[in-house]
Ligand binder design. Structure first.
Ligand SMILES: Nc1ncnc2c1ncn2[C@@H]1O[C@H](COP(=O)(O)OP(=O)(O)OP(=O)(O)O)[C@@H](O)[C@H]1O
Ligand SMILES: [Mg+2]
Length: 290
């Protein structure tokens, strides 16, 4: 364990030349300022819809202290990320198979924040995650709500950030606050905006416009309206049934909205993206240095 950590420390010491190619894998974080706006439902359904587009998807529950994804998918994890951190299990012992063949990396409840992990634990996680290279087209990361340091770091490590808000001013204000931090502290220049629980596309556009106006005044960022999901009581039914709405009601308008969102994400990647920059796992490795 110590030897492995020392080796990795050397490897990450020169991030500029370290190249662990993940051959086209895209990492997308799903995040929000305010809690309870629908991130977990969106990330679960997006994963299912991307799988239906023929993509290999890993869904990572990065709400490390308050795991939800396993419950939403009716999975019973024998092991979690915590076992990886303790060096008890390898990453492939922890990953479970969910609906439509998606793979799920479950979190555990009650784990301490990533920022509190010692460097050997962080390296252990990064080494194990690196074993996944080449296995996936997408890694979708469900972060906790808010601006805790672990949330910011997962967002900073992802290739693209999908910010989820609903139409309430409080959620919009908190989404703005989160993006402002990501833009000023981590130099993020582009965000995907997903408006949840909107009554119409026009309402989603209104939310997008309001946020753009604030950014125009204060910060030069590109805010892309990537999708909108209607308010639908079937989402709550699906959560109760521990089955994604896209599986339970595949023909519903809301499942179609998730399909459009997945397609939009798949077909409109950030084109300014530099493929040679350090990948998701390497950027997680930069945590210690910040
Ligand atoms: N489009 C929607 N229509 C109706 N209800 C919704 C919709 N999206 C989410 N919900 C409901 O809102 C609640 C919160 O959803 P979810 O758990 O996905 O949010 P979250 O952002 O992941 O929350 P947290 O910040 O706690 O992780 C759930 O009860 C869910 O059923
Ligand atoms: Mg959640």
């Amino acid at each position: 364990m110590k030897d492995q950590a020392a080796k990795l420390r050397m490897q990450f010491a020169d991030q500029g030349t370290a190249k662990v190619s993940l051959a086209g894998m895209r990492s997308l974080s799903f995040t929000s300022g305010k809690g309870g706006v629908g991130k977990s439902n969106i990330v679960v359904n997006c994963s299912v819809q991307l799988a239906r587009l023929g993509k290999k998807v890993l869904l990572m529950d990065a709400d490390l202290g308050l795991a939800n994804i396993d419950i939403m998918l009716n999975l019973v994890p024998k092991f979690t990320i915590e076992d990886v951190l303790m060096g008890k299990k390898g990453i492939n012992d922890v990953i479970l198979e969910g609906p439509e063949g998606i793979h799920v990396l479950p979190a555990s409840s009650g784990i301490s924040e990533m920022s509190e992990l010692d460097s050997d634990q962080q390296l252990s996680l990064i080494t194990e995650l690196s074993r996944l290279k080449g296995n996936y087209d997408y890694i979708l990361i469900d972060t906790g709500a808010g601006i805790a340091s672990s949330v910011l770091r997962f967002n900073a490590a992802a290739d693209e950030i999908c910010v989820v808000t609903n139409t309430e001013p409080t959620a919009m204000t908190d989404a703005y606050a989160l993006m402002k931090i990501m833009a000023t502290k981590y130099q993020v220049k582009r965000f995907n905006l997903i408006v949840n629980q909107a009554n119409s596309m026009a309402e989603a556009k209104g939310v997008h416009q309001k946020l753009c106006m604030v950014f125009e005044q204060f910060l030069p960022v590109d805010l892309v309206l990537t999708g909108f999901i209607p308010k639908d009581p079937n989402i709550t039914r699906a959560v109760r049934a521990q089955t994604p709405l896209s599986v339970l009601y595949p023909q519903s308008p809301t499942a179609k909205a998730f399909h459009l969102l997945a397609k939009q994400l798949d077909q409109n990647p950030d084109r300014s993206f530099n493929p040679d920059r350090p990948n998701f796992f390497q950027r997680l490795g930069l945590w210690k240095k910040r």
